[in-house]
Design a protein around this ligand. Structure first.
Ligand SMILES: Nc1ncnc2c1ncn2[C@@H]1O[C@H](COP(=O)(O)OP(=O)(O)OP(=O)(O)O)[C@@H](O)[C@H]1O
Ligand SMILES: [Mg+2]
Length: 336
């Protein structure tokens, strides 16, 4: 199988791991910077070129498109789709997932639990909007925020109003949510590949913080999901139409609540915390597609059960030295 990984940086842990897992299974793989792919669109056919050369014969694409290049990156992915390549996450699904309000509406529309969420446009409506939520604490989130940045806990009505006014003054888009206190600063990252949760970790916020993001000092450890949590994660990915997704859940009194569905979930934290070969699972998902499987066996260069091979050390995403190799793959852990 000829695989293209759309990624801005071939040295990132996730990208490297996918390259290694693909090669170990005998596939041909290339990392393409989406911003260097350019295209010709005509009724007679679609063409893609890369640094002066034609891109052709790609069977499958793994999009690792960062939020800052969503628009161009999904246009490139769409061109690949029109040329017959398969992607576990389509351009449309990625666009849907990137729109947080839409994501919340789709999940709730399917009956999935999520923290009660409100948003509005006009300052005159703030009071009534907050009334819909009930008493503070409230969590106010910038739509463009990531890694816990722009996620604020407002503990009294005055604090909620002043944060909202400040965000409005900056013309920022945000949502306001009920605070799920019983989650106690922890969330669950469920890594969905196809119809399985292949790995799951619990992230616990640092003392004094309610945000469990690893970038905010949160600690990750492998976790066993309940059947309800597994089902919720699988359903959330299915509703968003994502074949590969990082579904974040909060444990609440009324069951698992979906916080977010990420269409380009990182591999480093989850592989380190669980020891699961998540990259291998993603490549295996591509190979399980009818018509793509056969290509994988052709020209297999490296022997051995690729799924259990330890990855070589690669550059970490955060400037730290390459993280230790995942432990032997456990297909059972976190499985639904
Ligand atoms: N409604 C809530 N109640 C309790 N804790 C919350 C709530 N919303 C978020 N948190 C905590 O704050 C963390 C960060 O929130 P969230 O994941 O929504 O934003 P983000 O990580 O900045 O955005 P993204 O996940 O899109 O990168 C969560 O992982 C969770 O630990
Ligand atoms: Mg998050």
């Amino acid at each position: 199988m000829k695989i293209a990984i759309l990624s801005r940086n071939a040295k990132l842990y996730s990208t490297q791991r996918l390259v290694d897992a693909a090669r170990a299974r005998g596939h041909t793989v290339r990392v393409l910077d989406p911003l260097r792919c350019y295209m010709a669109i005509a009724p007679g056919g679609f063409r893609l070129r890369y640094k002066g050369r034609e891109l052709a014969g790609i069977d499958a694409v793994i999009p690792r498109i960062g939020a800052s290049v969503t628009f161009y990156g999904t246009a490139v992915l769409r061109q690949f789709e029109l040329m017959g390549a398969w992607s576990p996450n389509t351009s449309d699904a990625i666009l849907r997932a990137r729109d947080k309000l839409r994501c919340h509406q789709m999940l709730a529309g399917d009956g999935l639990g999520l923290p009660l969420t409100v948003f509005g446009d006009n300052p005159d409506d703030t009071e009534d909007l907050l009334g819909l939520l009930g008493k503070p604490p409230h969590v106010i989130k910038l739509n463009e925020g990531t890694q816990g940045n722009g996620v604020i806990l407002a503990e009294n009505p005055g604090a909620s109003r002043s944060v909202i006014e400040a965000f409005r003054g900056l013309y920022a888009n945000f949502v306001v949510q009920e605070f799920i206190a019983e989650a106690k600063g922890a969330d669950l990252r469920c890594f969905v590949v196809g119809d399985r949760v292949v790995a799951a970790m619990r992230r616990q916020a640092a003392a004094g913080d309610f945000r469990s993001n690893l970038h905010r000092g949160g600690r990750a450890s492998a976790v066993e999901l309940s059947p309800e949590e597994t089902e919720t994660a699988l359903r959330a990915a299915r509703v968003m139409g994502l074949g590969v997704a990082g579904v974040d859940l909060l444990r609440s009194r009324r069951g698992p609540l979906v916080l977010e569905v990420n269409s380009s979930p990182g591999l480093e934290g989850i592989e380190a915390a669980t020891g699961v070969d998540v990259a291998g699972a993603i490549i295996d998902l591509l190979a399980s597609r009818p018509g793509l499987a056969k290509a994988g066996r052709r020209g297999s260069r490296k022997a051995g059960p690729a799924a259990t091979r330890a990855p070589r050390k690669v550059a970490a995403t955060d400037g730290k030295p390459g993280r230790a190799a995942p432990r032997a793959q456990s297909r059972r852990r976190g499985r639904g």
